[in-house]
Each structure stands twice: as C-alpha cells, then as structure tokens.
Design a protein around this ligand. Sequence first.
Ligand code: HDE
Length: 726
Amino acid sequence: MEKDKEQSNKEENDKTRSLAQHTTDDSGQLLTTNHGLRINDDQNSLKAGERGATLLEDFILREKITHFDHERIPERIVHARGSGAHGVFKVYESMASLTKANFLSDPSAETPVFVRFSTVAGSRGSTDLARDVRGFAVKFYTQEGNFDLVGNNMPVFFIQDAIKFPDLVHAVKPEPDNEMPQAASAHDTFWDFISVMPEAAHMIMWVMSDRALPRSYRMMEGFGVHTFRFVNAEGVSSFVKFHWKPLLGVHAVAWDEAQNISGKDPDFHRRDLWDAIESGSFPEWELGVQVVPEEDEFKFEFDLLDPTKLIPEELVPVQRIGKLTLNRNPDNFFAETEQSAFHVGHVVPGIDFTNDPLLQGRLFSYTDTQLIRLGGPNFHEIPINRPVVPVHNNQRDGFMRQTINRGKVSYGPNALGNGYPAQAKASEGGFTSYPERVDARKVRARSKSFFDHFSQARLFFNSQSDPEKNHLIDALSFELGKVNAVEVRERMLGILSMIDKSLAAAVAFALRIPVPQDPELPVNRSIPADGDPADFDSYIFEGSLTASDALSMAGTIKEGIQTRKIAFLTADGVDEKSLSIVRDALESAGAVVEIIAPRLNFIVSGNDLQIPVHHSYLTAASVLYDAVYVPGGTNSVATVESEADAIHFLNEAFKHCKAIAADASAMQVIEATYFSNKLPADFTDQTVLKEGIVINDDPEALADKFILAIAQHRFWEREKPRKIPA
Ligand code: HDE
C-alpha cells in the first residue's frame, strides 16, 4: 500500500520533473566506452604479449582510468557532509494576501522539491553525529523558477556580518598545522575565536544544546534564519521568518551516545533518512512563517536585520502554511545530492531580501562557490539543479555546456531575433526587486541596534528544562575541557558570565578555574567603536521576555512511535508468544523491530519455530536503537543473561535514558545490569516506572505500556541531579 503510494509519487515527481531528469538504466545493455563503442574485454588491458608491457594504444584502458582519476570534485567548503531526498510541497491555503509567489498561492499545486541535510564543519566522509549545526536546504522547483530556502536547524547564526564567515570557518575547521580534529568544534582555535566574538554568544547556546545532536534529520526543525520579505501583488511588503516544524517532534540523542554512534554507524542519519523513505514512512514538516508588517519593523527590542536574533514565538506566532513530504530517495548520490547547488539568491516573485548583512554576503557566496566546486558556469544545467520551467537567455558557452542554442542571436536588445528572448513585465511574472528606500552614507560600520549580544542567549538558557540545562553545561565543560589554552577557557567563562552567572559557575566548577571577576569585552567591532570594553555592563541588556517554550525541546510532540527502532535481545529457546505479541504490537504502531541474537540467520523458539535474526551482538549496538526489550523463554533468558554484550546493551540503553522492557520471566537479565540496584525496593512486575522501565508477565499489557514509554523518547530524569541551583 505504502509502496504503491511511493510509486505513484515517484511517477508524479518524475513527470513534473521530466525536464530535469537524465537517468540511465544499464539493465540488459552491453558495455560501451563513453563514446558508444561496444567493449569486448573489460578484464584485460592491451599488452605486448600475455606477459608483456601494456600498450599506450589501449584507448579503452586510458579512457576508463582517466575518468576514474577525475571522479572526485572538491567537496563543499562548509556543509560537505550531507544527505538528500526528493519530495513535494503543498500550501494549505492561498497566501496571496502576503505574497504573490505562485507556489504559495495555489493549494492545489504540488511543487516538487529536493532537500539536502548536512553537518557544517566535517569533511564529506565524516560522521553524521558530530556536535554541529545541521543544514536544511530546500529547493522548490516552482512554475516560476527555483526557490531555494537554504536554512539550518538553528534559528540564529554565529556572526552578524558575512565578512567574518571565512574567519569563523577557519576557526572551526581542523587546525591548519595538523588537520585535527575532524568534524568537531572542541579545540583551541574555535573557542579562541568565540571567546573574542561576543556576538556568537546566542548561537553558542544553541550549538551546545541538544539541538546539535538530532536523533534524526526527520526530527529536527529548520529555520531560514534571516528575515526575508514577502511581497504581494499590490507591492505591499512584510517581513517574514521561515520555519520547518517536523511532524515527528524535535528529538535529540545523548552526547555519549552520539560519540558511540559515530563509531558504530557514522552514516546513522543518512541511513535513517534513506530507510524511512524506502519503507514508505515519509518524513514530513510543516512550513511555518512569522510575519511582521512593514510598519512594525522597529517594534522589537532587537533588530530584525540581526541574524543573531530570533523573534520569540510569544511575540509573533508561527503560522503553519503548508506541508513538505519527502517521498523518494535519489537514484544516484553523486549526480543528485553531491551536485545539488543551492543559493539563497534563487528566489521567485513574491519573495525578496532584507538588508541583513549576513544574507547580503551569502547572496554573493553561493554562485561563486559552485563555480569552483562544479567546474564552471553551467552547473544550472546539471539535472538536479534545472528548473522545471524552460530557460531562455543570452548566456552561452563555458565549460561543459549542455544546451544547444540555435541561431545567430545571443544578445539583447536585438532586432534579428525579433527581440527575443524578451524581458517579462511584472504582470507576466518578471521579477522586480522590492523598491526599498535607501538614503545613507557608505560606511563600514555596524548599527548600534546590533550590540545586544547576551539577552537572547540568556533567554535561550532560561527556557531550557533542567536536563537540557545540564546537557548544555556538560557540553561546554566537554568542549572547553578539550581546549589546551587556559586563557581561552578563562575568556569563555567571562562570556558565559555575561549570559548567566550560574551557567558560568557550573562550567567553572567542572574546569576548576574561577570565573573572571572583571571580564572585558573584546575590542573588536562587535561593540561600538567608541565603546569602552571594560564597561561591559553597558552592553548587557535584559530582554523583557524571560523564557520562551518554543526554545526548549521538552514540550515537543511525543505521540506515537512511528519509525522508532526497537531491539529485541534474544537467543534460542525464546518464548515465541512473549516475542511475537510484543513485536506485532510495536509494528502495528509503526515501529521497526529488530531481533538480535548470539548468531545470525535465525533463532529457534521454545516451540520450535524459526525466527529470523537481523543482527548478532557483533553488529548491533544499543546506541543504534530507541528502546530495548528482553522477551521470556528459559533458555533464551539464560543465554542473554550470560552474554556480556547483551548486558552492556541494556546498561547503555539505561544510561542513555531509553525505554527498556522485559518479560517478567526475564527479570534475571535485568538483575544482571548495573541499574537493577537503582530500581526501587517496592518495584513490582506490574510497574511502569516513571523512568521508563516496563516489566510485565502479560505481553499485551507490557506492549501497551512499552509503547507509551517509547513515545516519551527519553527519560532524562534518570540522569544525575541538576547542576545549578534553582
Ligand atoms: Fe552557507 N554556504 N554561508 N549558511 N550554507 C554554503 O555553498 C555562506 C549561512 C547553508 O546542502 C556554501 O554550495 C556564507 C547561514 C547550508 O548544498 C557557501 C555565509 C546559513 C548550506 C556558503 C553563510 C547557511 C550552505 C558551501 C555567511 C543558514 C549547504 C557550499 C554570510 C541560514 C547547502 C555551497 C547544501 C552552504 C556560504 C552562512 C546555510 C560557501 C558566506 C546563516 C544549509 O557558499
């Protein structure tokens, strides 16, 4: 059923995107060279005798090796590691009162999209589970041309001006002398830079929070970050912030877990996205907008043009205006995901820019980077980048030109070509920039309205639940613990103390150094040129909002267990009922159950049935699952109890705060874990602990409670007590 739906979606997408697809299918075909010559022997090169030297004449060998030698292209300078998927977007109701963008005005239109998720700092082959920002780039193939919403999973950014981007990236990338560490911000140069960039304070809170460790790409939010403009058919503009809200909620893994996943399955997020789409569990997000009328531009305590600020949802609610569904995996990673080229400057009529200085710099960067990465100016002709509407202009030639333009005329205006291609009037969909009034001196300066660097960092910290605050403190203690230069740690404590004194004290406690008493704000252009760095108090503003629920993940959607992965720890002799009743219940609720046993292929149940095994203890690991269950059956339970890997599996699941269930007859396995002595003395086999442990002798009752527990995602309360006083 789901497969049929997927197939029809695939056909629909293929149809809509037929212009953009150049697929090839080799099945049943004979081997040829790149120029169509059929190849008779692809196993042996041409030699002077069977044991002789290879001949230069062997054009087939040379063509093949040359192509291979050139198979790699430069990886993206940032966001090198990523995964993509195709899908569709549909607006719920016409947004025509706010924007003339066609794809946001017609609820019956299904716009094909390609989405690429990424980490930022790591190389193309690095782990998915690095502590990092995630890219969330969406290409809408609209009937008015491509619109790229090139966002992140965090709503703010490190810097306020594009001119600092190369510095930020040099600081976070592996250090230049020894190329270490890979895909990690926990090193001296990153924190040195941050410690003298107070404007990064807010973003640092996000990157040190669990948002930097998503459980899945399917379970993270997306943000356009900058304030953009909507412009309607009457030319009226409003400011807009874009959001993506995942229908599965926003969930993260634990830091210890993330580091383990990086070893056990560095492709964890890539695999998760791929598997969900292959199985028909299509990931979905709602597109949200926060709209601010033009006349309210100066109504806020922060500047709408400052990309280190968000608009709290309490001040401007997020309206959900449409849905994105990812329903098709790419056919070829390189051709589609790797060659996809996004650009914030790809807009359609009805969407326009603001003067956010970070956005303005990005408008230059994205085309420039594709020129080097994709080898020339014709990257828009690569199938994944082509619009679904035809392209007509007088641009010609260049490396790898695909289009065969007919005729003599490649200029305009022209008379020989009857004036075509002709400019489109606004009424014909021609793009006109919003005629924002500009009357100013040319200056290299920052607006004073950008100089509050701490109030929203504080808002974020204050909005976190206790476990989230603990994680943030642990993350800062970890990262600064990996920094060798003590003065960098000290300067960072100074920055933290400007955000929140108790936060700074908790990190200082872990580092065992005092919080500097009179920290100075670094002398750079993050404070007014005539400002006194020693007078940092004057740059510490109190925002009027003290907390915002939307900034915490604690209150996120916790309904259902669709696509959650559950491990069953088993062995020969398993009680078939205790296994299959729970498995069937979990699967009917949409979860994915995997049977783990000492050996592969199958186990034999107590009643002599063969049950397929997905993984042995060798290839499975607790960190790759959301929850774990130990079914009954005397021999199975005895084997699992004596299997060190199985006990480790449960211990890790407990440490990472996951739901754990066991048939009451498997209690001896639970007793072999380190957490058995944490269970209360009055623990009975009918109890569902608030910590998410379910033991029951009735598989049906157990399954019901287990499903409720898995849906909670994590029982963070199991962790150590809070680190900072209330
Ligand atoms: Fe990017 N960014 N960026 N960025 N960015 C790139 O373009 C850049 C920024 C984002 O999946 C590059 O094609 C500058 C903010 C995503 O292919 C490059 C500045 C946000 C992706 C570039 C920023 C982003 C990129 C590298 C500061 C969130 C991956 C490869 C002015 C709103 C897109 C490429 C994909 C990629 C430049 C800041 C998001 C070099 C100069 C803020 C999701 O052009």
